[in-house]
Design a protein around this ligand. Structure first.
Ligand SMILES: *[C@@H]1O[C@H](CO)[C@@H](O)[C@H](O)[C@H]1NC(C)=O
Ligand SMILES: *[C@@H]1O[C@H](CO)[C@@H](O)[C@H](O)[C@H]1NC(C)=O
Ligand SMILES: *[C@@H]1O[C@H](CO)[C@@H](O)[C@H](O)[C@H]1NC(C)=O
Ligand SMILES: *[C@@H]1O[C@H](CO)[C@@H](O)[C@H](O)[C@H]1NC(C)=O
Ligand SMILES: *[C@@H]1O[C@H](CO)[C@@H](O)[C@H](O)[C@H]1NC(C)=O
Ligand SMILES: *[C@@H]1O[C@H](CO)[C@@H](O)[C@H](O)[C@H]1NC(C)=O
Length: 375
């Protein structure tokens, strides 16, 4: 009797769970109705049967899935995005993504995928796939083969993947003629250089994000003649002491070029910028529209370097200095930033600390947004 009751409860519970999972959200984005099913962080161990023929977006992030079975998504042929990140995926069965001709975004970040278990045609047939996210998996067991698989997804515009010594980007990625946007996650403990990227000259990469940076070789960016946007996220726990210097040395290659945005985040060392530091001289020579120096221990920059930068002809429209410790007298910084002819928005810590290194550093720095009006 008890057992039967328990069974009934279990069934009811499962129905509730399914109903819960079946909640669909309609969102209007880019003038299109997105029909989103959100099953994220539900501790699912098997693929739930929740799709309808009208589903466009499926979120399965943060579950415990370890296999994507064949034909998992056959109920909706109009799926545009699938998020399977942060699961425990080891196996993607042949034909798992069969029929998804509208799929534009596939996120497989942070799983346990290996090249050995990767089917060579697994992404073939995803003829609309623009964005493929594969970082933090275990593809190094046959990295050459891994890149061959990717090189078949000709529609890719954005690719996010792991890359670590002694491997490098293979010529076969030249087949991705639409690729513009590349995000690289290196294993902690390595430096980036042109060795990784020299085969990318064949492509017109406009956006590059490097993650887990310890230091950069001076030649890191010479194979990116079309780069417009560059993001460098420093590995805060392990960065080399001269990481900021190495980064600015590598930026010299952009001299005389037009760029949209450069971001440098997460420098743990309080040596990043010091009084009158020559780093700014590197930036002065690039026609750069947006600069983000965030979490960078911009410590001891008196505002003179900014003043010098501002007085030279430059293209800077937006400056983001969030989460830094700026040391100087408060009134001087407004003065320094006023010199920039094109600057419209700056984000700096609200508090500028008097330079009496260092006893009571405030724990939190708040952001202020200044909007400069053009006259
Ligand atoms: C998932 O499992 C963890 C650990 O057992 C638990 O703490 C969490 O509440 C569970 N989440 C859901 C949505 O059931
Ligand atoms: C979706 O299924 C419903 C009935 O279940 C049907 O009326 C409708 O035509 C289907 N839509 C598409 C796009 O297949
Ligand atoms: C990598 O995979 C390809 C294709 O399956 C195979 O021919 C090659 O021997 C593999 N290389 C290694 C080092 O396992
Ligand atoms: C590009 O793809 C073609 C077939 O589509 C293949 O023959 C060629 O080897 C590929 N190029 C590289 C560099 O892998
Ligand atoms: C940078 O942009 C300006 C204005 O759009 C243009 O005149 C100039 O030729 C560009 N410089 C380079 C190196 O592309
Ligand atoms: C400042 O820059 C960081 C790093 O690029 C970015 O994540 C953040 O969104 C920016 N903040 C603003 C307010 O633009």
């Amino acid at each position: 009797m008890k057992e039967a009751m328990a069974k009934v409860f279990l069934v009811i519970w499962c129905i509730i769970l399914q109903l819960e999972l079946l909640k669909t959200t309609y969102v209007k984005m880019d003038n299109q109705i997105h029909n989103l099913i959100d099953c994220s962080r539900k501790n699912l161990t098997t693929m739930p049967d929740v799709l309808r023929n009208s589903t466009t977006d499926l979120n399965l992030q943060g579950n415990l899935l370890y296999v994507v079975p064949a034909w998992s998504f056959k109920k909706s042929r109009i799926l545009k995005s699938i998020d399977l990140s942060y699961n425990r995926l080891k196996v993607i069965e042949r034909g798992a993504f069969e029929g998804l001709v509208k799929l534009s975004i596939l996120n497989l970040r942070s799983n346990l995928l290996t090249s050995k278990l990767l089917n060579v045609n697994i992404f073939q047939g995803l003829i609309s796939l623009h964005e493929l996210v594969l970082q933090n998996n275990q593809f190094y067991d046959n990295y050459t083969f891994f890149q061959t698989v990717i090189s078949r997804v000709k529609s890719l515009v954005m690719l996010k993947m792991d890359l670590s010594r002694p491997y490098k980007i293979d010529k076969c990625l030249c087949n991705l003629s639409n690729l513009q946007d590349l995000e690289i996650l290196g294993l902690p403990g390595q430096s980036y250089s042109n060795d990784f990227f020299q085969n990318l000259k064949c492509l017109k990469i406009e956006t590059l994000m490097l993650d887990s940076v310890l230091s950069l070789a001076q030649n890191t960016f010479i194979s990116f003649p079309n780069l417009k946007t560059l993001g460098i996220a420093i590995h805060t726990a392990r960065a080399r002491y001269d990481v900021i210097s190495s980064i600015f040395n590598s930026l010299k290659i952009f001299k005389g070029r037009n760029m949209t945005e450069i971001s440098i985040t997460g420098n743990p060392h309080r040596n990043g910028f010091v009084l009158g530091h020559p780093h700014f001289a590197v930036l002065e020579k690039i026609c750069l529209q947006k600069l983000n120096l965030v979490d960078d221990s911009i410590l001891g920059v008196k505002f003179n370097p900014f003043l010098r930068y501002g007085l030279k002809e430059n293209c800077l429209k937006e400056l983001n200095l969030s989460n830094n410790l700026l040391f100087d007298s408060k009134d001087r910084y407004v003065f320094a930033f006023c010199a920039f002819k094109h600057l419209k928005i700056i984000r700096i810590p609200r508090e500028v600390v008097k330079d009496n290194r260092v006893k009571d550093l405030p724990k939190m720095m708040y952001l202020t947004r200044f909007a400069f009006q053009k006259h």
